[in-house]
Design a protein around this ligand. Structure first.
Ligand code: URP
Ligand code: ZN
Ligand code: ZN
Ligand code: ZN
Length: 468
């Protein structure tokens, strides 16, 4: 097993910032040492790797707890495979993903999980875990939840949206939450009132409102807030924690904040697209707006300041990507003439660390908060801490050397995601990943990918470590 030393960087975790050498033995961090202690020299001898991080940050690898590689949606599949998507994640300094295995109605959770394990097995560049999407809450699938928690699939996504596809009604949601209260599982909620939204979709199409921008109008912020409120109340009745995914509306955030002020175990994530993009992007002419169709939808720009505030107050505890890329050509185009047929989802797994660092540069959040939102809290929320999400003795050596001064322009020409456009085409950000280690192995260095598929291994997760 080889040893690696990362010298002279500013090590940033959710808790601390300190100038230190990071000592790595094989796949694990073994110590942080003061640069003047001489420990690094005695630890690393001839054949070992010494990386100089002078003037740069040394960060825990990013933990993106919301991705959808190869997700079937609207008659097509998300364009990144586990191979291409995890490689793109590594390029952007993310070393762990938690993706969603899918149970579709008629299937058992086990069958869904097996299918997703088969897709990911031997393909990933970085470590990965799974949540389970429950397409159907039945006595059988409720029982299966217990088994899955024991196997490290300790979180379950339910949908208040998409009637006829993934939708669960309030009774089904309550039953799943009661089960989670009992077995330690965490219910993740897609909180939009899908029944009302479907009425609004039908009415919009009848009026001839077929462009992508109407996607944002029918998926009204009040219907996100209403579903968020309902999910939280159902969770309180069940005595279970709840985690609201991809929160985009200020009104929904207010519901989470109110519950948290009352000491409720209600948590929420947002995503970079909601911090930087808006309904103006959805309204781009010439069907360009389809590139920005996701659910929950992008909101008017004034929501962004509220979301940044939520990130500071911890009413938003996590930033994930909800990476779910569909190419413009042939995939987004399925919705030409009918916005409701545009596959929902945006590419983003590669840019989360940088876009959130831009929030540090812009004075929105501190450096430690950046790491808390992108690494430490997602690891805690989904039972991976301190193996992932921090740099400490015993942690996996998932480490990023980050240049906080480098400038880069985001573009489909240069990104590594398997999708033919960038939501951030031409946007310049300050900060760039230089070196990435995944369990002690250098996978990115000097603008070169040095990893390989199959390096990433499956993570058996504990239950949520973030409850109040
Ligand atoms: O538009 C989105 N978010 N697509 C992915 C599926 C989901 O609901 O998270
Ligand atoms: Zn969702
Ligand atoms: Zn999603
Ligand atoms: Zn390997």
């Amino acid at each position: 097993m080889s040893r690696t030393v990362i010298r002279n960087g500013l090590v940033i975790t959710a808790a601390d910032e300190l100038l230190a050498d990071v000592l790595i033995d094989g796949e694990k961090v073994v110590a942080l040492a003061a640069p003047e202690s001489g420990l690094a020299e005695s630890f690393a001898t001839g054949a070992d790797t010494v990386l100089d991080a002078t003037g740069r940050y040394v960060l825990p690898g990013g933990v993106d707890c919301h991705t959808h590689m190869e997700l079937p949606f609207g008659g097509t599949f998300a364009a990144d495979t586990f191979e291409t998507g995890t490689r793109a994640a590594a390029w952007g300094g993310t070393t762990t993903i938690v993706d969603f295995a899918v149970q579709t109605p008629g299937m058992s959770l086990r069958e869904g999980l097996d299918a997703w394990q088969a897709k990911a097995d031997g393909q990933c560049a970085i470590d990965y875990g799974f949540h389970m999407i429950m397409g159907e809450v039945t006595p059988h699938t409720l029982k299966e939840m217990d088994q899955l928690v024991g196997e490290g699939i300790s979180s379950f996504k339910l949908f208040m949206a998409y009637p006829g596809v993934f939708y669960s009604d309030d009774g089904q949601i309550l039953r799943a939450m009661q089960k989670a209260a009992d077995n330690g599982g965490l219910i993740m909620m897609h909180a939009e009132n899908g029944i009302a939204i479907d009425v609004l979709i039908e009415q919009a199409l009848q009026r001839g409102e077929t462009d992508p921008r109407y996607h944002g109008q029918v998926r009204h912020a009040f219907l996100e807030a209403e579903a968020t409120h309902r999910a939280i109340q159902l969770a309180r009745v069940a005595g279970a924690p709840v985690y609201i995914v991809h929160l985009s509306a200020a009104e929904a955030l207010a519901e989470v904040a109110r519950a948290r002020d009352n000491g409720v175990n209600a948590f929420a994530e947002t995503c970079p697209q909601y911090l930087y993009l808006s309904t103006e992007d959805l309204a781009r002419p010439g069907f360009e707006g389809s590139k920005y169709v996701c659910s929950t939808p992008l909101r008017p720009e004034q929501h962004q300041a509220e979301l940044w505030k939520g990130l500071r107050t911890n009413d938003l505890s996590v930033v994930s990507t909800d990476h779910c890329p569909f190419c413009f050509k042939g995939q987004k185009e399925l919705g030409l003439g009918d916005f409701s047929k545009i596959p929902n989802g945006l590419p983003g797994v590669e840019h989360r660390m940088d876009l959130l660092h831009q929030g540090v540069v812009d004075g929105q959040i501190s450096r430690k908060r950046w790491i808390e939102l992108a690494c430490a809290t997602p690891a805690r929320m989904f039972g991976l801490y301190p193996r992932k999400g921090t740099i400490a003795p015993g942690s996996d050596a998932d480490v990023v050397i980050y240049d906080p001064k480098a400038r880069q322009t985001l573009s489909a020409e240069t990104h590594h995601m398997n999708v033919d456009y960038s939501c951030y085409e031409g946007k310049t950000v300050t900060g760039k990943v230089d070196v990435v280690l995944s369990r002690g192995k250098v996978v990115i260095s000097e603008n070169t990918y040095l990893g390989h598929k199959g390096h990433g291994s499956f993570l058996k997760r504990d239950t949520c470590q973030y409850l109040v």
